[in-house]
Design a binder for this molecule. Structure first.
Ligand code: 13P
Length: 254
């Protein structure tokens, strides 16, 4: 069975103390994740070690970075490399979030370099894709998302891509309270899987988790996660409230 994943993206939120309390409260709810389920917390760099320690011994709970730099090392003040994350045993890293594409000018080509560095360092990328409202309204969302995927991922050999996690996050649904309908989400997820299948074969595509992101909340998580090709969520705002994120983890298909 394909992995089902509830991933939190804290973005630039929470003090250290607030973050510790949040994780504490989520863990106190005592959810026991099944073999095919996992929950991942993408937290700001300075908290990675703390959160990793908090999650030690918690089955199928993992920490993630929100980004890494596209160069191996060097004179890039304030940046963090994939090798640094690997040296801290960080297992996952978000790559290509739309906020980084927008505010940090991360192109598909730069993201391909980040993806390579993740794999070189045994870090599993959570690769984000998704179109703007303008692109959706013009009806070219499929071509747009296919291009993001082919340009940043299709140089990868099958042994690597088969471990990736993809997050489809339509920009118009991020932080807006406007969620994609289950039909829109399922349609795009199925399309992404078909793009992967055309290049790498059905068996590989069928095993890659594709998460939905964009205003996932406790009251829409169940119906979104019930879609055949939606394998969980990448959650911003609602991951900052213990009760909400706990409910979202519980919405993962059993
Ligand atoms: P929201 O859940 O706040 O819409 O954010 C989604 C997101 O960007 C997760 O990476």
């Amino acid at each position: 069975m394909r992995k089902k994943i509830a991933a939190a993206n804290w973005k630039m939120n929470c003090t250290l103390q607030e973050g510790e309390k949040l994780i504490d409260e989520i863990l106190k709810s005592g959810i026991v994740l099944q073999e095919h389920q996992c929950s991942i917390f993408a937290v700001p760099y300075p908290y990675l070690i703390n959160v990793q320690h908090q999650l030690t011994g918690q089955k199928n709970y993992f920490v993630a970075a929100q980004n890494c730099h596209q160069q191996k090392s060097g004179a890039y003040t304030g940046e963090v490399s994939a090798a640094m994350l690997a040296s801290m045993q960080i297992p996952y890293c978000i790559i290509g979030h739309s906020e980084r594409r927008m505010y940090n000018n991360e192109t598909n080509a730069i993201l391909a370099e980040k993806i390579n560095l993740c794999y070189d360092n045994n870090i599993t990328p959570i690769f984000c894709c998704g179109e703007s409202l303008e692109t959706r309204e013009s009806g070219s969302q499929n071509d747009f998302v296919a291009k993001q995927i082919t340009a940043s991922l299709f140089h990868l050999p099958v042994e690597k891509i088969k471990t990736i996690i993809i997050a489809y996050e339509p920009i118009w649904a991020i932080g807006t309270g406007k969620t994609a309908s289950t039909e829109q989400a399922q349609e795009m997820h199925q399309y992404i899987r078909s793009v992967l299948s055309d290049k790498y074969g059905k068996a590989v595509a069928d095993d890659i988790p594709i998460l939905y992101g964009g205003s996932v909340k406790p009251d829409n998580a169940n119906e979104l996660f019930a879609c055949a090709d939606v394998d969980g969520g990448l959650v911003g705002g609602a991951s900052l409230k213990a009760n909400d994120f706990t409910a979202i983890i519980k919405a993962l298909p059993g």
